[in-house]
Design a protein around this ligand. Structure first.
Ligand code: MG
Length: 386
């Protein structure tokens, strides 16, 4: 294994409010830790991720990490340094070349920061960390906040995480420094005499500490300035009419003079939308997940396909933001059912109804749809990688 990310989430930090450790408090609807994990889960140079947790937090962790393919969590210790060391010891069997140690409370570590830390590591430079030069003027003051001097900031940097290390070097340093009270892993490396390189961090890579940091984080995510990205993908499907008395469209039973032929319940709307969701994460198409040849899907409720695709999107670290379905047919009339369809999609996708669009059109009598031989649907889905 080349590079492992170790996310330290064992703290009790309650200054952020909310009655639970801050790394599990929701940020834009998902636990803070989930955002942090996603930063590393989507980075191509990270081969495995392990989270160090407090023994009391197993259930909170399971919820925050669900769907991600992670190494089993390990328990932290009394001090931050103990937690790092426990995490490092747990990696002995994997013996990675590099390890990146990261604070759970920094949910916006972008791919560039992670790449720069990894890129700086070499046998000559066994330690590197993200940092920013200090740009504010620094004052020294007494207990009454009376200025006693101005500090030269020229050589001062603010340390962030991730902090990256050659694994063999940092585990040896941690073992040697056990019991000493050092503030971060880089300080352990420094104390052990390792060369430590600074690489540019990011001003967005904030440490969420106080309640106002959560509001900042929510605004930041809402603005889409995540260092992540938005992706939109489309889906398309057609099913022919067959004898019957209703069609399933976007999960709604619409009475009609015909039914729709096909495997499952032939819900073209849900099929097109399922393909759109899969498209946002490059996860193939509905047929590759639910082969038409598999008898277990005969007559199946297509909501199963859509909710599976939604789970895969979530597991990929993305959040569904918007869906749009267009049904194309001469008959039946869609308008009277449109709101029921939107409500059904809202329920399947756990998405607010104002982020769901269902439209309908005809082909003005042209082609197979115009000849009333079946129904087509096209769909678009937009996700945000946070
Ligand atoms: Mg289909």
């Amino acid at each position: 294994m080349e590079t492992v990310a170790l996310i330290v989430a064992g703290g009790r930090g309650v200054r952020a409010g909310g009655g639970m450790p801050k790394q599990y408090r929701p940020l834009a609807g998902r636990p803070l830790l989930r955002h942090t994990i996603a930063c590393f889960a989507r980075h191509p140079e990270i081969d495995a991720i392990r989270v160090v947790i407090h023994p009391d937090d197993a259930a909170l962790y399971a919820a925050a990490a669900s769907g991600f393919d992670l190494l089993a969590p390990v328990h932290g210790g009394a001090l931050r340094q103990d937690s790092s060391r426990n995490g490092l010891e747990s990696l002995v069997e994997h013996n990675p070349v590099n390890v990146l140690i990261h604070d759970a409370a920094r949910p916006f570590a972008d791919a560039g920061v992670i790449s720069r830390v990894i890129g700086a590591l070499s046998d000559d430079t066994p330690a590197a960390l993200a940092a920013l030069p200090v740009s504010d003027t620094l004052k020294r003051a007494d207990a009454q906040a009376r200025v006693t001097g101005t500090v030269d900031r020229a050589a001062l940097w603010r340390a962030q995480t991730p902090q990256g290390f050659r694994y063999a070097a940092i585990i040896a340093a941690h073992r040697a420094m056990a019991g000493r009270d050092l503030t971060d892993d880089a300080a352990v490396a420094e104390a052990a005499g390792l060369a430590v390189q600074l690489v540019p961090g990011s001003p967005d890579n904030i440490k969420v500490t106080m309640p106002e940091d959560f509001s900042y984080g929510e605004r930041y995510l809402a603005a889409g300035a995540t260092g992540g990205e938005y992706r939109t993908a489309t889906g398309f499907d057609v099913h022919p009419f067959k004898p019957g008395d209703h069609v399933m469209l976007c999960g709604v039973n619409v009475p009609h003079d015909f039914g729709l032929a096909g495997h499952s319940d032939s819900d073209v709307g849900l099929h097109a939308l399922t393909d759109a969701l899969l498209g946002t994460i490059g996860a193939g198409d509905i047929g590759s997940h639910f082969p038409p040849s598999d008898p277990q899907w005969r007559g199946a409720d297509s909501a199963v396909f859509l909710s599976h695709a939604a789970k895969l999107v979530n597991a990929a670290g993305a959040t569904l933001r918007h869906v749009d379905v267009t049904l194309i047919c001469e008959v039946p009339k869609i308008g009277p059912h449109r709101d029921a369809m939107r409500e059904k999609l809202a329920a399947i996708l756990a998405l607010p109804i104002d982020r769901i669009s269902v439209k309908a059109t005809t082909t003005d009598g042209l082609g197979f749809l115009g000849r009333r031989e079946g129904i087509a649907a096209q769909a678009a889905a937009t996700v945000m990688f946070a």
